[in-house]
Design a protein around this ligand. Structure first.
Ligand code: TXA
Ligand code: MG
Length: 316
């Protein structure tokens, strides 16, 4: 890849227009969503999508989410269904991704789907993302805008630290509100939870009036990106910690004595929004990280999923 300077763009009309233009040229733009910052490229342009994998150092078997402006836009690419409509009515725009069968004549690069016959689609809620998608008027493939395996970015600074110099631009519109990636629901077969995330499982089951299949990581049906070690800080991470041991810094939850608190009032939404920024901050201390127990219901399930991966044994 040619080494390029990374433009800093703001989410005003000129910045949005410039970002959409870069996407049209097949270049890569990091942009805010309500979950995390995404690294966007034109999902129909194989070279652009190859550039995403290259910039992130991402294993190419791991498919990407196509971001679109509306249900109508999503339906150009996937076979729609009643369940998809129910979930879209309830949660789009928002932190939910649906995996559906690809439609004939879809024009999505096979690098986006990693050769699968399904596509992950999402309509994000963040105003800057919506403006960009409307202006670009096409599907934007976007993984989280971090080097593969590292902590996800919830600010433009996180993106710059990880990918600066390797992408054309960063559209900065402040910190992300939800702070955890979207929940992924598979609807190509029996409805299944492929990744816990910003919409709680309980809410999805309420809408569908059915239980979702839950897949353990390592299961073939799990979202293929669910590699064991992920979201990983440099230092070791110890979960369900009561008190600090040795040199540890403690990431707390609720009323505990700690170095940094995800939510001193024990609010899971607040904890989700703070999670990745807290890991970025504690990572800089260079000390091992201990984390207080987090309740496993609602958004807590997604927080614990990310923490388990942050704590998992590393390959290297
Ligand atoms: O909130 C989010 O979802 C963020 C923002 C930027 O939208 N994006 C994000 O993308 O988290 P990424 O690439 O980090 O995670 C996408 C996940 C991966 O685990 C991948 O395996 C799964 O989606 N996925 C993509 N296409 C799939 C498919 N056809 N079937 C099953 N899983 C799929
Ligand atoms: Mg990611």
């Amino acid at each position: 890849m040619i080494s390029i300077g990374t433009h800093d763009l703001t989410a005003d009309p000129a910045g949005i227009a410039y970002a959409a233009d870069l996407l049209r040229q097949g270049l890569l733009v990091a942009f805010p969503t309500e979950t995390v910052y995404g690294l966007g490229g034109d999902a129909r342009n194989g070279q652009a999508v190859a550039g995403i994998y290259e910039a992130k150092g991402r294993p190419s078997f791991n498919p990407l989410i196509a971001h679109v402006a509306s249900v109508q836009a999503a339906r150009r690419f996937v076979e729609w269904s009643d369940m998809a409509q129910q979930l879209a009515d309830a949660f789009w725009p928002g932190p939910l991704t649906l995996v559906l069968p690809l439609r004939d004549g879809h024009r999505i690069s096979s690098l986006v789907t990693a050769g699968l016959d399904t596509l992950a689609v999402r309509v994000p809620a963040h105003p800057a993302a919506r403006l960009l998608l409307a202006e670009f008027d096409g599907p934007v493939a976007a993984p989280s805008a971090n080097p593969s395996g590292q902590i996800s970015p919830t600010t433009a600074d996180h993106v710059r630290a990880g990918l600066g110099g390797r992408i054309a631009a960063i559209l900065d519109d402040g910190p992300c509100g939800v702070g955890l990636e979207s929940t992924i629901v598979g609807l190509a077969g029996e409805p299944a939870l492929l990744r816990p995330g910003g919409v709680a499982l309980e809410q999805i089951e309420d809408v569908l009036k059915t239980r979702l299949h839950l897949h353990q990581s390592g299961d073939l049906l799990t979202a293929p990106g669910q590699l064991q070690s992920h979201y990983a800080p440099d230092a070791p991470v110890r979960l369900n910690a009561g008190v600090r041991q040795g040199d540890e810094v403690l990431l707390g939850f609720g009323s505990v004595d700690c170095d940094l608190n995800l939510s001193s009032t024990g609010d899971l939404s607040e904890a989700a929004a703070n999670l990745f920024a807290a890991l970025h901050t504690l990572n800089k201390t260079g000390r091992p990280i201990a984390v207080s127990p987090i309740p496993d219901h609602g958004l807590g399930a997604a927080i614990n999923d990310r923490l388990r991966r942050a704590a998992a044994p590393r390959d290297s």
